[in-house]
Design a protein around this ligand. Structure first.
Ligand SMILES: O=P(O)(O)O[C@@H]1[C@@H](OP(=O)(O)O)[C@H](OP(=O)(O)O)[C@H](O)[C@H](OP(=O)(O)O)[C@H]1OP(=O)(O)O
Ligand SMILES: Nc1ncnc2c1ncn2[C@@H]1O[C@H](COP(=O)(O)OP(=O)(O)OP(=O)(O)O)[C@@H](O)[C@H]1O
Length: 500
């Protein structure tokens, strides 16, 4: 396939976020798609997952289940799944900088590699994965996919003027997967949002020591609950439907699935698989990137998280700070998120220091690599994790760039791709996960590691204030008034005994 001879009919809409729109190549895949009854029609919620994962660790994440993809049909998920209660414990962490954050060589456009094209909604800055496509192809593709785009994303359009796109491997398939295999695929996408309590001494508002940003932010967003087990009946039918789609993966030779017990068994198998893959070891961390930093001494979990409420309900008032397995992707993601060591309140004055310097010496902008290139040299400058401010621009810049990495890690997605395999087919090169009746080859990848822009820092500072103020005014104030009414009611009923 040549860039010059692109045919929009070979590409189909795959999904999109706030900044990018993704199309995947359908060559060789349609046949497979047509032959399987694997479409998911509804949103599913996985409250159980939180408990399973929560039991083995005190994580520090609020995870979204973004989507479940069964046999190449995509379904977006919008509700919150709590992966953990936001605790850190008094451990040390190891600085993780993913190889995937570094630039990679351009991937060739090859259908054998099951590529996706990721269009940025605004023009990209430098990145070697970026290719330029014929404008006519992009215009035709836009028209073709427009009806499939969710309405809430249509306020932004693809950049049809520059012709730029990123060509990436399709991460919804296990890395070892070959198109000729025609195996079914199960893919799960999770957004591990940051759920830990900031440990910086710069935090000025008490509430930030009790409730994490994620929980507070949900109130400011005022979004409508699209799926969240509001209606029990609806929830049961969703679970059953999910189980029906998953059964061939987990119980390939069993009879029909029926009844809540079977559904629960199947979903538990799914949860087990997600847990094992997320906690499995990865080898992307290079020894040269290791460094330790001290973390939280204070409160370690978010009071508002559902995970915390669940623990209290189960009579567990204290979380074990056993920690995640060190080699796993969740651990590494958490480490990267924790590069936000000063909190935006401590970071913003440092950003202002850099800004002031740049106003005086604008020509320094490129030497300081404010806008990249994000290469080895860029990351090497970020290994200093000290939080002692020596008043220099160098210190300020290091903290600013570390914060950008943390923000990127707080907004990435994890894609788990699974495909069933037989025992004798599992070679040493493939990662394999076992369930009670099946075995899968799998891969776990990280998506959306575009470094957050330097310019977003003032916005983050302002937003932080808005999030906290909104929460204090609209949520905590209401909670307080409920408490004070309760108190008044109690007062009314008080029987006062006088000595006679
Ligand atoms: O601010 P957050 O934590 O809500 O994260 C935003 C995401 O919201 P969500 O994951 O749904 O909660 C938001 O995702 P959605 O558009 O909601 O899918 C974006 O990823 C946004 O990034 P950017 O500003 O477009 O680069 C994200 O914004 P930043 O990471 O830039 O703050
Ligand atoms: N390489 C890939 N392989 C398969 N699917 C992908 C790939 N890259 C992106 N996607 C899908 O496209 C969606 C949007 O991509 P991405 O998260 O990179 O967009 P974004 O606009 O940067 O997101 P955000 O809204 O978080 O800023 C992802 O959630 C994922 O489902």
């Amino acid at each position: 396939m040549e860039v010059g001879k692109m045919d929009e009919n070979e590409w189909k809409y795959h999904g999109e976020g706030n900044q990018s729109l993704v199309v995947s190549h359908c060559q060789h895949l349609d046949r497979h798609l047509m032959s399987k009854d694997g479409m998911l029609a509804k949103h599913f919620y996985f409250p159980l997952l939180s408990l399973e994962l929560g039991e083995c660790s005190n994580f520090g994440f609020h995870g979204f289940l973004v989507s479940v993809l069964v046999n190449l049909e995509f379904q977006k998920m919008y509700r919150i799944m709590f992966l953990g209660g936001g605790g850190l414990g008094n451990e040390t962490i190891v600085l993780f900088i993913s190889d995937e954050m570094l630039m990679k060589p351009c991937s060739p456009l090859s259908p054998q590699r099951c590529v996706v094209l990721r269009f940025l909604k605004s023009p990209p800055n430098q990145n070697k994965e970026i290719i330029q496509l014929p404008l006519d192809f992009i215009r035709q593709l836009c028209l073709k996919i427009q009806p499939e785009r969710p309405e809430c994303r249509c306020d932004k359009d693809m950049d049809t003027l520059s012709g730029y796109a990123m060509c990436l491997p399709n991460l919804t398939r296990p890395q070892s997967y070959r198109l000729a295999e025609h195996r079914p695929i199960l893919c799960i996408e999770i957004k591990p949002k940051c759920g830990f309590i900031p440990f910086s001494s710069h935090v000025s508002q008490e509430i930030k020591h009790k409730v994490c940003r994620y929980c507070m932010h949900q109130h400011l967003k005022n979004g409508e609950l699209i799926y969240g087990c509001k209606d029990d009946q609806d929830c049961v039918s969703d679970w059953n439907e999910l189980a029906r789609h998953l059964k061939p993966f987990f119980f390939p030779s069993n009879g029909l699935v029926s009844g809540p017990h079977c559904t629960r068994t199947i979903v538990k198998e799914l949860i087990q698989v997600i847990t094992m893959t997320l906690l499995s070891s990865t080898d992307t961390c290079r020894a040269g990137d290791m460094k330790t930093v001290p973390v939280s001494q204070g409160r370690s979990y978010c009071e508002a998280s559902a995970f915390n409420k669940e623990l209290v309900r189960n009579g567990k008032h204290k979380l074990e700070s056993s920690g995640l397995p060190r080699g796993c992707l969740l651990y590494k993601t958490l480490q990267a998120q924790m590069l936000d060591m000063l909190d935006i309140e401590g970071l913003y004055p440092l950003y202002s220091r850099v800004e002031q310097y740049l106003e005086e010496f604008p020509e320094e902008r490129s030497t300081l690599q404010i806008d990249g290139p994000y290469n080895e040299a860029f990351y090497e400058k970020l290994l200093d994790l000290s939080t002692e401010d020596d008043g220099t621009v160098a210190f300020a810049l290091t903290k600013v760039q570390q914060y950008r990495i943390a923000m990127t890690a707080k907004d990435c997605s994890i894609m788990i791709a699974l495909s069933p395999c037989l025992q004798d087919e599992c070679s040493e090169q493939r990662s394999v996960v076992l369930t009670s009746k099946s075995r899968f080859t799998f891969s776990v990848s990280v998506l959306d590691l575009d470094l957050k822009p330097y310019e977003s820092i003032p916005h983050q500072y302002k937003l932080d204030g808005e999030i906290v103020n909104y929460y204090l005014k609209n949520v905590q104030a209401k909670d307080d008034s409920v408490m004070s009414n309760l108190f008044k009611e109690n007062e009314d009923c008080t029987l006062v005994l006088h000595k006679v």
